[in-house]
Design a protein around this ligand. Structure first.
Ligand SMILES: [Zn+2]
Ligand SMILES: [Zn+2]
Length: 380
């Protein structure tokens, strides 16, 4: 290896900077201060040359506030209003803006966004071993409730329905401009949530990220072969087997998927072929609020704790395109394994080879299902 190759920066000039000549493949890059600065300051994606995986790099985010570590272990006595919370109604946020005195949901653009609309012209300058690609995007924050002390599991069904409606509106609004809209919620300090106020996030991007990109390929291939959506057939199988179904109502089914990695991971699927959140009808939205509450309460009951989780929606990318192979669904990835404090870590073999689990998905589903039945004896 040439000694010139070591320790050089990657070409990532932002548009306003002077254009450079193309490097030959593998040639060490002697790019400028401007490239180094762009890699330090501008959101972009980088590719792992060993695996082909891509990751989002958001280098300017280090100044965002962190409150998670000050949160008490159990949210037993959280106040309904916290004067120091940057999401509570009427409070001032770190970026200086003041929240309105909202009474239902409240959506705003993140003051410390991981993505921006900064345009970069050329990122793939010198070498396939150091690939980078531009990405534009927007980050929104959705406060589920003005109440600082609530979690979604403790909200009323009409109030959860209001959150469902906001999700649909944001997908429609952001979908005009971006190819992928990622709705998600990190709940609990264990999941890295920096504020206990009930809220979720929406990141919209100009590119389809890695996970949904893989799902798009698999669903497209299945549909091409079988003529039906993959998840529609999967759901039919699960409803016949009834081994991994956790909860169901007229419009929705929650299952621990056959391939679950996290101990109590679940997949929430509509019974009808729905492609995106805005496609949902009135009753489907009400029933979604209902099953969200049922599922989250079962989670809370599992270890008698404010059960932490990451959840998110996967709807078809690129609104307007032909997306019959897609089926709308939500993933829930909770980290807890055996108790309120014993967390599953993806380490060792799982980092280096592939995920592994001891508790079977079927056993996990049985435990969750028993909690649903205990809360709703009439449940099927
Ligand atoms: Zn608050
Ligand atoms: Zn998915």
């Amino acid at each position: 290896m040439s000694s010139r190759a070591a320790g050089r920066s990657i070409p990532l000039p932002i548009q306003s900077m002077s254009a450079r000549t193309q490097h030959r493949t593998g040639e060490p890059d002697r790019d400028s201060e401007s490239v180094a600065r762009a890699l330090r300051e501008v959101p972009h994606r980088r590719r792992n040359a060993l695996t082909g995986d891509w990751l989002l790099v958001s280098p300017h985010r280090t100044q965002r506030p962190w409150h998670g570590h000050t949160e008490p272990r159990q949210a037993a006595a959280r106040p309904s209003y916290d004067p120091d919370c940057y999401l509570c109604p009427g409070n001032r946020r770190a970026g200086g803006a003041e929240n309105p005195t909202y009474t239902s949901t409240f959506v705003f653009s993140n003051d410390f966004p991981a993505l921006t609309d900064i345009t970069v012209s050329r990122l793939n300058g010198s070498s396939p071993l150091r690939a980078a690609a531009p990405v534009q995007g927007a980050c929104r924050v959705v406060c589920f409730s003005p109440r600082h002390d609530l979690r979604m599991s403790g909200m009323s069904i009409p109030d959860i329905r209001a959150v469902v409606d906001v999700w649909g509106e944001e997908v429609e609004r952001l979908g005009v401009r971006y190819r992928w809209i990622q709705i998600f919620e990190n709940n609990g300090a264990m999941m890295g949530c920096s504020n206990p106020h009930p809220h979720g996030q929406i990141w919209a991007t100009s590119e389809i990220p890695h996970e949904p990109g893989k799902e798009d390929v698999c669903q497209r291939e299945y549909h091409a072969t079988n003529g039906r959506p993959l998840l529609a057939d999967y759901l039919t199988n699960e409803l016949v087997a009834q081994e991994r179904v956790v909860a169901e109502n007229d419009d929705w089914v929650a299952v621990v998927p056959f391939w679950a990695v996290w101990p109590f991971e679940t997949l929430l699927i509509p019974r009808a072929h729905r492609v995106r959140l805005p496609d949902l009808g009135e009753t489907e939205r009400d029933n979604l609020a209902d099953i969200l509450r049922t599922l989250l309460r079962a989670y809370d009951g599992l270890f008698d704790t404010d059960f932490p989780y990451s959840m998110g929606w996967h709807g078809a990318p690129e609104p307007g395109g032909h997306q019959e192979h897609w089926m709308l669904h939500a993933h829930f990835y909770p980290p807890l394994l055996r108790s309120a404090s014993v967390k599953k870590f993806l380490v060792g073999y799982e980092m280096l080879a592939e995920p592994q689990r001891d508790l079977t998905p079927e056993a996990a589903a049985e435990r969750l299902r028993s909690l649903v039945h205990a809360a709703h004896p009439s449940h099927p």
